[in-house]
Write a protein that binds this ligand. Structure first.
Ligand SMILES: *[C@@H]1O[C@H](CO)[C@@H](O)[C@H](O)[C@H]1NC(C)=O
Ligand SMILES: *[C@@H]1O[C@H](CO)[C@@H](O)[C@H](O)[C@H]1NC(C)=O
Ligand SMILES: *[C@@H]1O[C@H](CO)[C@@H](O)[C@H](O)[C@H]1NC(C)=O
Ligand SMILES: *[C@@H]1O[C@H](CO)[C@@H](O)[C@H](O)[C@H]1NC(C)=O
Ligand SMILES: *[C@@H]1O[C@H](CO)[C@@H](O)[C@H](O)[C@H]1NC(C)=O
Ligand SMILES: *[C@@H]1O[C@H](CO)[C@@H](O)[C@H](O)[C@H]1NC(C)=O
Ligand SMILES: *[C@@H]1O[C@H](CO)[C@@H](O)[C@H](O)[C@H]1NC(C)=O
Ligand SMILES: *[C@@H]1O[C@H](CO)[C@@H](O)[C@H](O)[C@H]1NC(C)=O
Ligand SMILES: *[C@@H]1O[C@H](CO)[C@@H](O)[C@H](O)[C@H]1NC(C)=O
Ligand SMILES: *[C@@H]1O[C@H](CO)[C@@H](O)[C@H](O)[C@H]1NC(C)=O
Length: 461
């Protein structure tokens, strides 16, 4: 498990996929479900903000206020370039776009000023799922919940309906037309890998069999679309800055993460000249403090200090912001930041007293209550909003947090495959230990994240 596919690039092979991807995924779990399988050191510090502290509540209210006035959603600098912010003109903006095959077709964009991240889930089995689990060969066992025995499939059939407008219908060819000759890259942790797989499945059916391929290296996973001379990529950097859990052999959750606050260029060199960069960082962060390296990983230094999580998070995002400002030409590159993806560890958050984490949940939380609190660290959320907003380089803030909080039904739960192996019957009967309430089944919720990303990408002129 330690050295498979680390350095060589190779064509897609199902076995390799399972091994490599499960290696990736396996290491990403810092949560309680795997604590009995992986001897995680000092586990209580890995619990990500489940027990809310009093400061967190203050931040939640602050964020809710932002939700209410519809600000802090999509951040674009430069006044007139603002999208989906400001007044809500009820006229839909339409456009004629040329499809690859020469057809003219009408696309309906959401009107300017519409906050596409605010709305509700609507059951819509006519339009969703956008693809079938068994038809996307690139899905790994980690996310194929149906194949892995999940009895219900309603979780695939929900559509996100913004309150004040509608999302454009997803059109794979239109997106690929936009991406022609370009690179799109997700940078971050396994949640972003989850999302990359989703996007690949959303487009792959329109590309002929021999014209697409997957390849792996220790940090980069690349989906190549030959006809379009385009790629969709995933780059592993769970803290964005350098950390001791970056190397493939250190991703199994047994290592206590240590980060280097200002050290980003080593990873960043791999993000240059990418046309669409989508970043995230959240699930690896330890609460309440992070270990911060004094010195260099290269020198084998192991001396660290413990720094308050929020302070460290802000400093890391500042390093990221500096990197963007030094290296990104915003005329060429569009930058996105995906907000925190929530987990669902405590069923009391949605008043299910008989529930065990997210297991057996088959419907979203539908009665949307402003006080919904599933354990998301809203302080980190606000820091990310603030830093994204403060940069010279425009950053589109993908606020997937709240809409995902309703989706207690969409996790892989006991139908995951940690370490490349499905759970045994005995393990399945112990969801308190084994249910994965962090990652998501595909098709499923990450498809919606990509519909939102798609909306922003095609709305750019
Ligand atoms: C908030 O947390 C601090 C430190 O954990 C504690 O000293 C204080 O009493 C708490 N305040 C309230 C209102 O719970
Ligand atoms: C936005 O639209 C709603 C419903 O159509 C309307 O009630 C409201 O006044 C509009 N707001 C603005 C700022 O135009
Ligand atoms: C969609 O759901 C409705 C109600 O559950 C059902 O009657 C209908 O057959 C479903 N349609 C499809 C295409 O699955
Ligand atoms: C393919 O795309 C790359 C950028 O990703 C570009 O540098 C190159 O010129 C393109 N090749 C062709 C044949 O269009
Ligand atoms: C980006 O484009 C604008 C307008 O076309 C131009 O004024 C500006 O100099 C360009 N910036 C860079 C870094 O090329
Ligand atoms: C759970 O119950 C409390 C108290 O009745 C209520 O305030 C809250 O809105 C409920 N939460 C959900 C998600 O239904
Ligand atoms: C509550 O949890 C139980 C056990 O996990 C599950 O079977 C049930 O469907 C849940 N109820 C609701 C209303 O979500
Ligand atoms: C979850 O569902 C399974 C199968 O439907 C059932 O055997 C089990 O008792 C349920 N668990 C809980 C906690 O309700
Ligand atoms: C949602 O809330 C309304 C009233 O607040 C209630 O009548 C309805 O039963 C609730 N629905 C669900 C699915 O809990
Ligand atoms: C975010 O910015 C707002 C407005 O500038 C400020 O009031 C707030 O304290 C900031 N929050 C954090 C966590 O940085």
């Amino acid at each position: 498990m330690k050295h498979v596919g680390m350095t060589q690039r190779c064509n897609y092979s199902p076995i390799l996929t399972i091994v490599v991807f499960s290696t990736l995924f396996f290491g990403f779990f810092l949560y309680s479900e795997y604590r009995k399988r992986i001897p995680l050191p000092d586990f209580k510090h890995q619990k990500p903000f489940q027990e809310s502290s009093n400061t967190s509540n203050v931040e939640i209210q602050e964020t809710d206020k932002e939700h209410n006035d519809g600000k802090a959603k999509v951040e674009t600098k430069g006044g007139t370039e603002e999208k989906f912010q400001g007044s809500n003109d009820s006229n839909l903006i339409t456009a004629e776009e040329k499809k690859d095959d020469g057809d003219n077709k009408r696309i309906v964009f959401p009107q300017e000023g519409c906050d596409i991240f605010r709305g509700e889930w609507v059951f819509d089995n006519g339009t969703h799922p956008l693809y079938k689990e068994e038809e996307c060969e690139f899905l790994t066992e980690m996310v194929t919940c149906q194949k892995n025995g999940r009895p219900d499939s309603l979780y695939q059939k929900w559509r996100w309906q913004p309150r004040d407008c509608s999302l454009p219908k997803f059109d794979a060819k239109l997106l690929l037309g936009k991406l022609r000759g370009k690179r799109l890259m997700f940078v971050g942790d396994s949640i972003h890998f989850n999302q990359m797989l989703s996007l690949v499945c959303m487009v792959q059916s329109v590309i002929p069999p021999k014209k697409k391929s997957f390849s792996y290296a220790s940090y980069a996973t690349v989906f190549k679309m030959e006809e379009y001379n385009a790629t969709m990529e995933f780059y592993w950097a769970p803290f964005l800055v350098e950390s001791n859990v970056d190397p493939p052999t250190r991703r199994d959750g047994t290592v206590d993460p240590v980060i280097k606050l200002e050290s980003i260029s080593k990873h960043g060199d791999n993000w240059k000249n990418v046309d669409y960069l989508i970043f995230n960082t959240y699930i690896w962060w330890r609460y309440p403090t992070m270990k911060v390296l004094r010195g260099s990983f290269d020198d084998g230094v192991t001396d660290y200090v413990e720094i308050d999580q929020g302070i460290a998070y802000e400093r890391v995002l500042r390093s990221w912001g500096n990197w963007l400002e030094e290296n990104v030409d915003s005329n060429q590159t569009s930058v996105f930041f995906s907000s925190l993806a929530p987990s669902h560890m405590k069923s009391s958050a949605w008043n299910n007293t008989s529930g065990i984490k997210c297991s057996n949940e088959t419907t979203p939380i539908l009665n949307i209550s402003r006080s919904l609190y599933v354990g998301t660290n809203r302080l980190l959320f606000t820091i990310a909003v603030n830093v994204s907003r403060s940069l010279e380089v425009p950053v589109h803030f993908l606020d997937i947090t709240t809409l995902s909080e309703y989706r207690k039904d969409a996790h892989t739960s006991i139908y995951a495959a940690p370490g490349g192996k499905l759970l045994t019957q005995k393990q399945k009967s112990d969801p308190a230990t084994y249910a994965d309430c962090v990652h998501w089944c595909l098709p499923g919720l990450p498809d919606t994240w990509n519909e939102l990303l798609y909306t922003l990408i095609i709305s750019q002129t």
